[in-house]
Design a protein around this ligand. Structure first.
Ligand code: ZN
Length: 189
């Protein structure tokens, strides 16, 4: 059995067994390429193999591709996890870099707005400006609420889904320093 060429299907001697009536005995073949890409090949299955909604004979896929074997959803990242250590979540954590960056950019932008508001609030007797400020202020409130929801929902350990915080939200650098999830011990770096 080569770890680079994986058989996927219902029968127990596949490399990855997917036990569902719509999955054929030897349903598909996955070949792992470099840099987290792979080739998925349908093996004349009865109910077909679908990648991102399209029925395929043979196509390239990534850990983020949405795969259906017959009617059974299949997590593409399972294929890439196959020859890794079970606690190795370095790839999945790497995928969260843009998520973190977006949250951080928004946090910095909100601090900038607050600073401007603080400066203008110090100027007395300008009603129109105050109204303008109020609008901006409420916009800021909504953004704060959304940011708090987003960070709680998106900034989580990719292995155990625990929010990444101790007394405050962990930054990307904090996580790099920790290297592992304190809860499930999955490796992030
Ligand atoms: Zn975890």
């Amino acid at each position: 059995m080569s770890p680079q060429k994986l058989r996927i299907g219902r029968k127990p001697d596949n490399d990855i067994v997917v036990d569902h009536p719509s999955v054929s005995g030897y349903h598909a073949l996955a070949t792992l390429g470099p840099d987290h890409s792979g080739i998925l090949e349908d093996n004349d299955s009865s109910n077909g193999t679908f990648v991102d909604g399209v029925r395929i004979r043979k196509t390239q896929f990534t850990p983020r591709s949405s795969i259906l074997l017959g009617k059974m959803p299949f997590e593409a990242s399972k294929i890439f996890r196959f020859d890794k250590q079970p606690d190795d979540y370095t790839f999945e954590f790497g995928e969260m870099r843009p998520v973190w960056q977006k949250l951080e950019d928004e946090r910095v932008a909100m601090i900038d707005i607050q600073k401007k508001i603080d400066v203008m609030l110090a100027i007395p007797y300008i009603g129109r400006v105050i109204i303008l400020l109020m609008n901006r202020h409420y916009g800021l409130e909504n953004r704060r609420v959304k940011w708090k929801e987003d960070i709680r929902r998106l900034w989580v350990c990719p292995a155990c889904q625990q929010p990444l915080r101790d007394y405050d939200w962990l930054t990307w650098n904090d996580c790099e320093h920790l290297k592992k999830c304190p809860k499930c011990k999955a490796r992030w770096f």
